[in-house]
Design a protein around this ligand. Structure first.
Ligand SMILES: C[S@@+](CC[C@H](N)C(=O)[O-])C[C@H]1O[C@@H](n2cnc3c(N)ncnc32)[C@H](O)[C@@H]1O
Length: 261
């Protein structure tokens, strides 16, 4: 079935689940999932599925079904609304993979991937469907003092994933040399340190990778001309010094870099 048809069914289903939850708990609905905010993410889901159809990428039907987790439970678990939509989490990573590592979506050998700041875990959900082994890590409050630090824990449980604690701020990382085929850091390197530190971080990621490193960069924060210029210079340096290929994430329009060893 085409992705857009799967997405239409998915959106219908999620919409009815959120409508039922809003009837049960209008106050939670108003605060945590107002209709306008739901529409933003569902529209993005439809747009991505259309893009994948146009790009000739087949979408695994399995990721186009909601997490078997009640809407009010999703809110109670403090999963950000954006990450409550399994199809959006999966399609975002599928589109990024098509752009950065298209070979992972063909019938090649399974590879070992580590996603160091996995967030909603779309990479593991999607790439697992292609037989790849995906390890997930993230920064969370291991002492459970800050409940936001566990905001993806219910998704890990649902997907049967074991998330390993990782703090990108403290170099060197604990992983052995060339111990994973591909190392991913999507929209998180800015949380590991300032741009000046990204060069050492990339060297560290390349030490761990046997084949490649994948990065998706967040916008510079705060959005000053100096910060933006630093990010542009970083991308230029990665191209010149490491032969990085630079593309654009189809969902977020953020810069996406692939660095091969
Ligand atoms: C914008 S989210 C991106 C999540 C996911 N990779 C994606 O692209 O959707 C940023 C991620 O960085 C993680 N993070 C924040 N501080 C971190 C740190 N010090 N070390 C590792 N990860 C961190 C967050 O927990 C979150 O998963």
């Amino acid at each position: 079935m085409k992705a857009i048809s799967l997405a239409r069914n998915y959106i219908r289903l999620e919409t009815s689940l959120y409508r039922e939850a809003a009837e049960k708990s209008p106050r939670v609905a108003k605060r945590r999932f107002p209709t306008g905010r739901q529409r933003i993410w569902l529209r993005r889901t439809a747009r991505l599925s259309k893009w994948l159809d146009e790009s000739g990428v087949e979408v695994p039907a399995k990721i186009m079904s909601p997490y078997a987790l009640g809407v009010l439970d999703r809110c109670r678990a403090r999963i950000p609304l954006k990450y409550q939509y399994r199809a959006l989490n999966g399609l975002r990573e599928l589109a990024r993979t098509h752009v950065l590592f298209p070979e992972l979506l063909s019938d090649g050998e399974p590879v070992e991937i580590i996603d160091l700041s996995a967030g909603g875990c779309g990479t593991a959900d999607v790439l697992g469907q292609y037989g790849h082994k995906v390890e997930i890590c993230d920064y969370f409050d291991a002492n459970k003092i800050n409940p936001m630090g566990h905001s993806y824990a219910e998704l890990h449980k649902f997907l049967g994933l074991n998330c390993r604690f990782f703090d990108g701020r403290s170099l060197p990382y604990e992983f052995a040399d060339e111990s994973r085929d591909i190392v991913l850091v999507y929209q998180a390197i800015d949380a590991y340190g300032p741009v000046a530190m990204w060069y050492d971080i990339v060297d560290e990621l390349l030490r761990i990778a046997r084949r490649s490193v994948g990065l998706v960069l967040n916008p510079a924060i705060p959005k000053t001309p100096e910060n933006e210029a630093q990010v542009v210079a970083f991308i230029g340096d990665m191209k010149r010094d490491y032969g990085a290929t630079v593309s654009t994430c189809p969902e977020t329009s953020l810069p996406a870099l692939r660095i091969d060893k």
